[in-house]
Design a protein around this ligand. Sequence first.
Ligand code: COA
Length: 204
Amino acid sequence: MSWPGSACSPTPTPPCRARSTSRRPTPRRRARAGCWRPRPRPEDGTVFGRTRPGHAIVLDGDRAEDCARLHATGFPHPWDALDFERLIGAESCFGHALVETRDPRRMQGFILSRRAADEAEVLTIVVDPSNRRQGVAGRLMRANMEALLRHGVKSWFLEVGDTNAAARRLYAGLGFTEVGRRQGYYRVAGGTPATALILRRTIG
Ligand SMILES: CC(C)(COP(=O)(O)OP(=O)(O)OC[C@H]1O[C@@H](n2cnc3c(N)ncnc32)[C@H](O)[C@@H]1OP(=O)(O)O)[C@@H](O)C(=O)NCCC(=O)NCCS
């Protein structure tokens, strides 16, 4: 594609006065004149005060302990490291983590899904409390769904507590819709069991 006025465009670019001025104050000239400084970058790696740069990786068994630790921050009945080791090692399971770019040992969150033919179930997703509301879960879901899509998956299912407003909004934003309910499915410490909603997203 060529944009009007670009080098590939047949449309001649009109002469630009600013460009033809030889003493235009470029950043380098301003720096030489001592009136320009590079913009300081935040020390903690935040960008616009919101997201710590991170990237998605495929989960491997070495992260089972970290998964168990993170899982305990998000669920009242967490799974242990052995559970995660088995799941991550299973051929049908697809796991992704978002790790900090500066320190890849530090996981911001992770997701685990299981595939059966052209369907997949999201088994769990959790984001470190200090990284929530920064788009981490959205990125994890997309990375995981893209990998499953490449393996022929067309439909995704998951269960979410009807009182889990954050997760329900996350999934709604990704196009999941309710296809069923399980009354009293989740144990709640000292309370009435919560209802699970079954959500589905289909592509194609
Ligand atoms: C649910 C959870 C995974 C969301 O992770 P997250 O990284 O904070 O989510 P994101 O930043 O990607 O948010 C994506 C969207 O989800 C919704 N959302 C996320 N957290 C929310 C909150 N606390 N309140 C309302 N909406 C929320 C928003 O629509 C948000 O988009 P926006 O920020 O543009 O408004 C996280 O809160 C968590 O780990 N909870 C504990 C474990 C859990 O409940 N897992 C899901 C089990 S089904």
